[in-house]
Write a protein of this length. Structure first.
Length: 279
């Protein structure tokens, strides 16, 4: 009888130890907040990374599958802008276009760690562990390109400055909602048992050339555009300093990009260590 009691107590203790080591939804989950800078590459800023960078922020949820991979979902919000007046290129200076747009992005994908990473510390393990990682996501974003006209913000999409939505252009009006593929690299380090600090650099390939409302290589006749879309659309379709319709407007062979880089703090939602570790 005594041996049975000892065996029973041993089994209870063993089960408690196993349970403490098992992963739970919360022990594998993190929430994070990041703050950083966003900029755009496109027709109005074709050559200058980090030009006109603006503040942006992001919320992140991460689910750690194992020590080499995690699922990641995020919401990113910021804005991008560009102005030909800041260019050193005489052709772009003469074009004299500018825009700004708010960006709101939802994306989900995977993180792949270059070295094994897991929460919790073992005896003899250094207090801080870290790894670099590769990030690949699929997402969608909201954009709304605007410009300043007579001292006021004007939405460019409804105007159809290249004749979109009229007989002057075969293309219909573009959508405010577009797809993107965020791809990036980062590094993370554990601080304590529940907190990590992260650095991210992610580029967003988009599938639109209208983030800046510029696509066509040539200008359309403003007099004809004015008949269909109004005087403001005609005025904003060609703002070149020399007023020529034969100048350069955009590059229809490329798509627009935007980039976010920032620092993040994430918090693990539960305690416990995963049994499954890839090394």
């Amino acid at each position: 009888m005594r041996n049975k009691i000892v065996l029973f107590c041993f089994l209870i203790f063993a089960l408690r130890q196993i349970n403490a080591q098992q992963a739970t939804f919360f022990s594998q989950s993190e929430l994070g907040f990041s703050l950083g800078q966003m900029y755009y590459i496109g027709d109005l800023n074709p050559y200058s990374p980090f030009n006109n960078s603006q503040w942006a922020y992001s919320f992140m949820y991460r689910y750690n599958l194992h020590s080499r991979m995690a699922l990641r979902a995020s919401y990113l919000q910021g804005s991008v802008s560009a102005d030909d007046k800041n260019s050193s290129n005489s052709i772009l200076l003469n074009r004299n276009l500018n825009f700004h747009s708010e960006i709101k992005e939802l994306a989900a994908g995977i993180e792949f760690y270059f070295a094994p990473f897991y929460f919790g510390r073992k005896n003899g393990q250094k207090q801080i562990q870290g790894t670099a990682y590769f990030l690949a996501q699929l997402g969608g974003f909201y954009m709304n390109p605007k410009t300043v006209f007579n001292g006021e913000d004007v939405e460019l999409r409804p105007l159809g400055t290249e004749g979109q939505g009229t007989v002057l252009n075969k293309k219909g009006t573009y959508s405010n909602f577009q797809l993107c593929t965020p791809i990036g690299i980062g590094a993370k380090a554990q601080v304590g048992k529940r907190i990590t600090i992260n650095l991210d650099l992610g580029i967003r390939k988009t599938f639109t050339d209208y983030l800046d409302d510029v696509h066509s290589a040539t200008y359309i006749d403003p007099a004809v555009l004015g008949q269909y879309s109004g005087e403001i659309a005609a005025a904003l379709s060609n703002q070149s300093i020399d007023g020529s319709r034969k100048g350069y407007r955009g590059n229809p062979t490329t798509k627009d990009w935007y980039v976010f880089t920032g620092g993040m703090v994430s918090i693990r939602l539960g305690s416990g260590r995963k049994c499954f570790q890839l090394r």
